[in-house]
Structures are given as C-alpha cells and as structure tokens.
Ligand binder design. Sequence first.
Ligand SMILES: Cc1cc2nc3c(=O)[nH]c(=O)nc-3n(C[C@H](O)[C@H](O)[C@H](O)COP(=O)(O)OP(=O)(O)OC[C@H]3O[C@@H](n4cnc5c(N)ncnc54)[C@H](O)[C@@H]3O)c2cc1C
Length: 480
Amino acid sequence: MTTFDTDLLVVGAGAAGLVTALTARGRRVSILHAGGTASELAQGGIAAAVGDDDTPQLHAADTRAAGHRCNDDRAVHFACGHALDAIKWLEALGVIFARTHDGRWSVHLEAAHSRARVLHADGDATGAAIMRVLRERLAEAPHVELLPSMRARALLQDTSGIQGVTAVSSAGSPVMVRARDVVLATGGLGGLYSRTTNPLEACGDGLAIALAAGARCDSLAAVQFHPTALDVDTRPLPLISEALRGAGARLIDAAGKYIMHGVHPLGDLAPRDVVASVVYAEQLAGRRVWLDATGLQATDVAHSFPTAYRHCREHGIDPDREPIGVTCAAHYHMGGISVDLDGRTSLPRLWAVGEVACTGLHGRNRLASNSLLEAVTFGRRLGQVLGDARGGPPEVGKLDPLAIHDERIDDELHQLMWRCLGPLRTAASLTEGIATLTTWRARLSRRTDSQAPHLQLVESMLRAAMQDIARLVRSRRIAS
Ligand SMILES: Cc1cc2nc3c(=O)[nH]c(=O)nc-3n(C[C@H](O)[C@H](O)[C@H](O)COP(=O)(O)OP(=O)(O)OC[C@H]3O[C@@H](n4cnc5c(N)ncnc54)[C@H](O)[C@@H]3O)c2cc1C
C-alpha cells in the first residue's frame, strides 16, 4: 500500500475544508478530496445581518425559531455574531457580493428569515463564486497542497487517537495517509437518497467512517428536505432556489390553487420543513405540485436567477411562461459528528467541520443560507485553533487500520432511505427499514463486510428516527 505522511490532513475540499486549510497557517496541510461539492451548487447565498433594520440577535432568533428551539445557543450566538466578519473576510479574499447603487450590500429575503439578509455573488451562483475564490487563494498558499482525487474509506487509529486515513485512489489503489491531526470536512449524506439535490459524492462517507471508529454523533435522523427540487428523472435533482419564492413565486396545485393557503402565516416563505411537508402530502395523495414564477413583478427569472432558469430550460420549461413542476428531495443533514465550537470531536486528533459536523447551529431544521455561513465561520475558527497548535510529522504508534470495506451503495439502499427515512416517517416504515438492513447484513458473508460503515450509519439513523417518534408520542401524551 502506498504510504504518505503529512502534518494536518483535511478530508474534503468544499467550503468548510478549504476555509479550514487556508486559515491553518503555521501547519503543513494536505487536502484529500473525492470530487463534487455541495458548496459549488449553493444558489441562494449566505446569510448575514448586514441591513440597517437587522441585527445578529434577530438573525439568531430566526435561526432558533426555524430549528424548533433545539439549537445549541452557543453555536447560534457564534455563527450569527461572526457573520459580518465572515462576509468581510470573503470580500478581502476576492469574493464580490452584489451591492446596491449606493454601495450597500444587496440583501434578499428567504424562507423563515424575518429580514432580507441573504447576500448573493454572481446572481444565484453564490457557492460557485465563493469556491472559485477559495481555490484561487489556495493555489497561492504555500502551506497547503491539494492531493490527487481519492476517496477516504476508513480512519487509522492507535491507542493515542486518530492517526490518518486509508483511501482509495481514482485508479482503485489503496493509499495510507498518516497525519498528526485529521479534519473531516466531507459534507452531507443526501447522496444516499433516491431523490436528492446533493452531489453524489455527498453520501455520508465521513460520518460513516467516524461512526465506525467510535466517534460520538448527534441528531442522526435530522435530514432536511427541500420542497422545490425540479421534478425530473435525474440524480441529483436540480434545485429551484427558495429565493424565487422570496421574489414572489408561489406553490400551486394542478388546478392553480395556492397550496400554502392557511397553513402558516409566512405562506410560501414558511420554514422549509413546513413547506416540504405540505408539498410531500400533495405528492403522497398523487397530486403534482408546481412553482408559479410567471407573475414575478419587476424581475425576470433568466436575469435574477440564471442557475434556476438554466435548469428549467435544460428540461424544456420556460419559467417566465409556465409553472415549474417541483418535488421534495433530501437536501441537508442537520445531524453529524458531535463537535464543540472548536470543531473537536470525541476522538483525540479527529476534528470535523461543515455539514458532516453537528455544531447544534441548526437545531431540528436549518434556516436557509446558514450552512455556507457555518462552513466559513466554524472553518475559520477551526483553522485558527489548529494553526496555533503544535505541528510536525505524525507521531504514529502501532496502527490499527480499520478494514476497508468492499461495499456497494446501490439503488436498493437509495430507495430504502427515501421510503423509510424520507419526509414522512412512521414506526412501521422504520421497523421495515431495520428489518431489511438486518437481512442485508446477514446475507453478507464476510464478517468485516457485515460491519460496512454505511449500513451501520443507516441503521443508526433508523434507530435515531425511532427514538424521535417515541419522544414525540411521549411529549404528546404529557401535553394531553
Ligand atoms: C443544490 C444545493 C444548494 C444549496 N444552496 C445553499 C445556499 O444557497 N446557501 C447555503 O448556505 N447552503 C446551501 N446549500 C448547502 C451547502 O451548500 C452545504 O451545506 C455546504 O456547502 C457544505 O459544505 P461542506 O464543505 O461541508 O461540504 P461540501 O461542499 O459538500 O464538500 C465536501 C467535500 O468532501 C469530499 N468528500 C466526500 N466524501 C469524501 C471521501 N470519502 N473522501 C474524500 N473526500 C470526500 C467531496 O468531494 C467534497 O470535496 C445547498 C446545497 C445544495 C446541495
């Protein structure tokens, strides 16, 4: 097996991994990555209380309300309180956020925000604009190197903690990367679902290998479903940004009836979980749902939302003239590897940041445009913590490489995720999911394969969802 030593290994080259790597000056950083990122796809933008009528406290209050007040207050306070700094830092790196003619930041309204506070760069291609600049700065940073594309498959452990990863190169060869510290920044797990907006690389790898190594994880069942993915037959599904509803587009049924009527005071801009549950209920009843952007005043979709417009046109839809068929899709994982504000996990020398981590910022439901903010604010903090820590070559003891599993994530698993851990979960569907997984694991012949990390992750998610249902039933009993 090819072996390679480094000081600080960052696994994942999305916004969270790149910000951490750039900030950790004073260390020798190697970045290992598998390809596509969700950061690149982010359309809506990044949230920050920069308007005259806004404050970090209002942003924090909206974040808690959307998260059903299950958020970690310190994480909320930290992210909302450092949002302005994050925007200024990104601008200093070279990101150009849109401004009004009088030089103020131009801010947009999105679901469940009480103020317009979402900043855009390059129209609705904010994630791509941020990633382009981060990559440019990374190319100039002498302390960082980007390794060729490969996929981390397991963590290396000795008695003192995590010591690196085993990975598989794009040619299929095993590689061992030993490091003094390891940061997991591998993104979310939407790619495990049959209907998802996530890149297919976002299939929970980092979470699965951390769980297999014994890291504490939190809120595993907390998946956010986006109500307006384009209803077409692709994986991933193109996203039709919430910003269109912010600009006045409305969700309707086939008869043109407004489906959010009387459901929530914020109507189409209700929190994402509320809108997704209404859209999904329509779909379960066999009715299609449409997003009507034909009546947008003072704006046209092509100019203001070029990415959404391009997706529609690629599928033969003209959003200025006809409603857009939409569907719910797995979009964001609020749960993840438990970390403190510094990104420290429960395992020595293992750190986590971005969507793979659970800081508690989002509670049970993420407020739109808070995840790029989380990647930047927590990435900067983790980079500073690691940059100030002692670096050097890895001090490796007797290594216990967890086996690399030859597992396939196939369509059967994607379907199971949607059926059992989709927008509607019942005790019956979760029991069915656990029974199916038990059968699959029993069928696998080799002992190591039966411990395959993704199957363990999915089973843990099913059991966590079962506990969520039991808690809900108990609290309803107490309330009545
Ligand atoms: C379509 C879409 C639109 C969105 N819009 C917004 C928005 O407008 N605003 C907002 O705040 N958020 C938005 N989000 C969410 C946001 O983009 C993500 O939560 C955030 O970018 C996650 O950043 P990350 O760095 O943690 O992960 P990612 O950007 O997904 O990066 C993960 C990295 O890890 C790598 N990786 C994964 N597995 C492995 C492995 N086994 N080995 C090596 N590398 C691996 C990947 O290749 C990638 O480089 C959107 C998400 C999607 C999918």
